[in-house]
Design a protein around this ligand. Sequence first.
Ligand code: DQA
Length: 141
Amino acid sequence: MKLAIVNGPNLNLLGKREPGIYGNTSAEDYFATLVAKYPQVELTYFQHNVEGELINFIHQVGFDIDGIILNAGAYTHTSIALRDAISAINAPVVEVHISNVHAREEFRHVSMIAAKCVGVICGLGMTGYALAVEYFLEKGK
Ligand code: DQA
């Protein structure tokens, strides 16, 4: 099974950024534990701060992998272009948020992408990424 984890803007600062909300673990450290935990999954990790680069990556992998686990960061709340990219590809996408966006500012309660995703995981910390991997494994190809 081939899965891609895609992180959007400011998520390169995980571990340093607002640790009270996002925790102390860097993305690199967490994804290394996921790779070790799921040797049966071919996991790719991509992070970018630029909306168009996220879209380019989704186009690039979205026709030949089994799923995408996407934390689009703040673009979640604004990006119709990312929503269209999710609609355009074949791979199913799970939307993940580390924090519980519904318990935060009102502008975070809206997701432009959720309706085009197979499901949404939020508020469970970094574990949300592992749970999304579990979903794809359980679902199978
Ligand atoms: C986030 C929540 C977003 O509202 C925020 O802009 C982020 C991170 C999360 O993982 O909790 O950058 O997607």
